[in-house]
Design a binder for this molecule. Structure first.
Ligand code: UD1
Length: 386
């Protein structure tokens, strides 16, 4: 047998020893979390044969396509094209289509991130096929069962094999729920890995290539708003109250508001109009949005990820919700949970605008290395599990 043939045999057997790793993403906040994992897999020598699965929960160019381009995410190996629907409809469609590819490809490990319907659906399918599940961003709890994401978190964590946590509260919840200590790994936050990577890229990008550069010239001093939680935008009186509070704040500080499709549809349906001092835009790409919020005086949001990104960059953040599953952003970071009461929102915004914003620090292990820690852990523990 020639040396070349033997080398090929060796390569083939090394390939066959690699574990097949599925990485799942479906909705906008997932894309920032898988990007660092995929970048690290490409860079490092890990014993994995990765496949990217996009469920298609989000599908518009502005909610999905542009993130793949900007975050350097490769074209998915599988696109399930499930689209929108009721929770049951969307979850069921993802499950049926994901099961089919799992049966064909027989992955060894499925990585799910965050708390969206795609996270839940793919975790259930994998586990029922005896495929091991790694949950990235495990253990977060808002305690609010009216929030669909809380149900997704609880169910996903109930059946996961690895728990990768971003903050100490995650660790505490999982231990209190009886999860084995040796399966819980405090690794930091892939979303923050991505943030730092993109901040570096932004520094090198000509400002003229970003649509928000023009906005920043028009409004040298501004705040940023995002709103999309059903609890904030699905109820006409609640949404009207929030817009009133924002309108009041925008008399002192113009607010730039990239509007989520759900919110835009509801504003139209309820006939709610905002003053011109609230500048509404289409959903923005990651770089355009980063370019905007990194220089904001204040961010008002009901997003989960933005509470963390503002803490990592030291930008004052008011969370327009009654609770947060990310308490580290309040305890150590720049975040304040202000609820939905317009008077409280206005008072807290005034406090920040008068220069009395609370100081913050960057939480432990939010250092850009979470993806490395996750993949090292999986390589060390996932390849010997049989
Ligand atoms: C989903 C996640 C939420 C996450 C949010 C980020 C769940 C339960 N919710 O909520 O945790 O914070 O994504 O955006 O998984 N739509 C479009 N284009 C798209 C996608 C959606 O127009 O590409 C519209 C559709 O009308 C759809 C609505 O937005 O019905 C809501 O989308 P959906 O994925 O159901 O929930 P989100 O509110 O986006």
């Amino acid at each position: 047998m020639s040396a070349i043939l033997r080398r090929q045999d060796l390569n083939a057997s090394a390939e066959s020893r690699k574990k097949r790793l599925f990485i799942v993403a479906g909705a906008r906040p997932n894309f920032m979390k898988i990007a660092p994992l995929l970048r690290e897999l490409k860079r490092g020598t890990y014993p994995f044969d990765p496949r990217l699965v996009h469920t298609g929960q989000h599908y518009d160019q502005t909610m999905s396509g542009v993130f793949f381009e900007e975050l350097e995410i490769p074209t998915p190996d599988y696109h399930l094209e499930v689209g929108s629907g009721s929770h049951a409809e969307q979850t069921a469609k993802i499950m049926v289509r994901f099961e089919e590819i799992c049966l064909n490809e027989r992955p060894d490990i499925v990585i799910v991130v965050g708390d969206v319907n795609s996270t839940l659906a793919c975790a259930i399918v994998a586990k029922k096929l005896h495929v091991k599940v790694a949950h990235v961003e495990a253990g977060l709890r808002s305690g609010d069962m009216a929030m669909p994401e809380e149900i997704n978190r609880l169910v996903t964590d109930a059946i996961s094999d690895w728990f990768f946590v971003t903050e100490k509260s995650g660790l505490e919840h999982l231990l209190a729920e009886g999860k084995p200590k040796e399966r819980i790994f405090f690794v930091g936050h892939v979303m923050i890995d991505n943030l730092f990577h993109q901040v570096e890229k932004l520094r090198r990008l000509p400002a003229s290539t970003l649509s928000t550069t023009r906005l920043k010239e028009d409004f040298p001093d501004y705040g940023v708003v995002t709103l999309h939680r059903p609890s904030n935008v699905d109820d006409p009186a609640g949404l009207a109250g929030l817009i009133e509070a924002l309108a009041e704040i925008s008399r002192d500080l113009p607010l730039i508001f990239p509007v989520h499709p759900r919110t835009r549809a509801n504003l139209q349906k309820f006939g709610i109009e905002a003053p011109k001092t609230i500048v509404m835009t289409q959903p923005l790409s990651y770089m355009d949005f980063l370019n905007l919020f990194k220089d904001a005086r204040l961010v008002l949001t009901d997003s989960g990820g933005l509470q963390e990104e503002t803490t990592a960059l030291g930008i004052p953040c008011l969370t327009l919700r009654e609770n947060t599953e990310r308490p580290i952003t309040v305890i150590e970071g720049t975040n304040t949970v202000v609820g939905k009461d317009p008077a409280r929102i206005m008072a807290e915004a005034r406090r920040i605008l008068s220069g009395r914003s609370k100081p913050g620090r960057r939480p432990d292990l939010w250092d850009g290395q979470a993806a490395v820690r996750i993949l090292h852990t999986l390589a060390a523990t996932g390849t010997t599990d049989g």
